[in-house]
Design a binder for this molecule. Structure first.
Ligand code: COA
Length: 333
């Protein structure tokens, strides 16, 4: 008997605090404009946490998980494990997953964090799928959550305007029968040679935090935008083709594509290459910007709410991020 991995519920949390493009010029005094940001990235607005109210990655992750569990009629006590993808954990340790486990009262659950930047959710979902398929786990929460506002340089106008904060969650369960929401296949890649193009240099063991690392501005995202753009277009396009080919599918078979939301121009070029009209792509970059690991689960959750999927539809996820890391996943809704 083949055991299958199935997504049985989803949930998301976006902070209340909305920050429109005009905030960067009007409040921060950056030389930028709503017109530039919209035309070059597709972002209109984004959400940032309210740090004074105690919001950070674990609190967003917990709320997304609560909403996901509530929609399944379950509680934290019902899950075996909590896997959190993030590059902005509340702390290096304890992990964000441990904080979420405690906040949910998920007494019987283990948990850990994974780090694969914007590909973190897709990679962690693959890990969860393998765990439930093998019978190692019965029911897992898979969360993508990032507080990018905690690590962006608000003086770097090309980088700070593209990110937002948020959290999304899938409940992944094992099933012995074919079931809606089945995770059918994953393709994953990394190329560490691309690491220099998108990085946060200090705060780890190589460059521990010192007054000098802070003065040198090494605790924020440094990005070579053009290089990342070029690789994102090529590699996300390639990996979607690889996924479809190895499953004997054509792009026409896909009802909805959920690409990583880093730049609307990247999304449009992937759509063009696959021959997808934009109504077959889920786009949330306009309202939430790039929420890193939270992007794919929040976007699927939103698409479902919008009625974009019907039972049996094939969904393709595609992602690209720091590392470089990239991948694609196939799901039957
Ligand atoms: N407002 C106004 N002008 C800006 C600006 C802003 N916010 N940001 C950059 N510019 C200017 C630059 O200074 C440059 O000016 P110059 O020609 O006088 O030097 C010009 O716009 C073009 O800069 P460039 O960096 O080539 O812009 P771009 O069109 O590539 O857009 C990014 C920049 C970051 C939006 C784009 O490169 C991108 O989206 N890259 C991929 C990012 C990504 O996918 N990251 C995450 C992966 S997970």
């Amino acid at each position: 008997m083949t055991r299958r991995a199935v997504v049985t519920a989803t949930g998301r949390y976006l902070p209340e605090r909305e920050v429109p493009n005009s905030w960067f010029s009007d409040e921060l005094g950056l030389e930028t404009s709503d017109a530039w940001i919209q035309s070059r990235t597709g972002v209109q607005t984004r959400r940032f946490v309210d740090r004074e109210a105690g919001e950070a990655t674990a609190s967003m992750a917990t709320e997304a998980a609560r909403r996901c569990l509530a929609s399944a009629g379950l509680t934290g006590a019902d899950v075996d494990g909590i896997l959190v993808a993030t590059v902005t954990p509340d702390h290096f340790f304890p992990s964000t997953a441990c904080l979420v486990q405690d906040a949910l009262g998920a007494k019987g659950a283990y948990g850990w964090d994974t780090s694969a930047a914007c590909s973190g959710f897709l990679f962690t979902l693959a890990q969860a799928a393998a765990m439930v398929r093998s019978g190692m786990a019965r029911r897992l929460l898979v969360i993508g959550a990032d507080t990018m506002s905690s690590i962006i340089d608000f003086e770097d106008r090309a980088t700070c305007v593209i990110f937002g904060d948020g959290a999304g969650c899938f409940l992944v369960e094992g099933s012995d029968e074919p079931a809606d929401g089945e995770l059918l296949d994953f393709v994953m890649h990394t190329d560490g040679a691309g690491g220099d193009s998108l990085k946060m240099v200090a705060g780890g063991s190589r460059h521990p935090t010192t007054a000098q690392t802070v003065a040198a501005n090494l605790h924020v995202v440094h990005q070579d935008g053009r290089t990342v753009f070029k690789h994102a277009v090529g590699r996300m396009g390639d990996v979607v083709t690889e996924l479809l080919e190895r499953n004997g599918l054509s792009s026409d078979d896909v009802k909805l594509a959920i690409p990583h939301q880093a730049n609307l121009r990247i999304i449009q070029s992937i759509a063009k290459r696959q021959g997808w009209s934009m109504d077959r792509i889920a786009v949330t970059i306009d309202r939430w910007a790039n929420t890193t690991a939270a992007t794919l689960p929040t976007t699927l959750d939103w698409a479902v709410e919008e009625g974009r999927l019907e039972r049996g539809d094939l969904v393709v996820f595609a992602t690209f991020g720091a590392g470089f890391t990239w991948g694609a996943a196939l799901m039957r809704w």
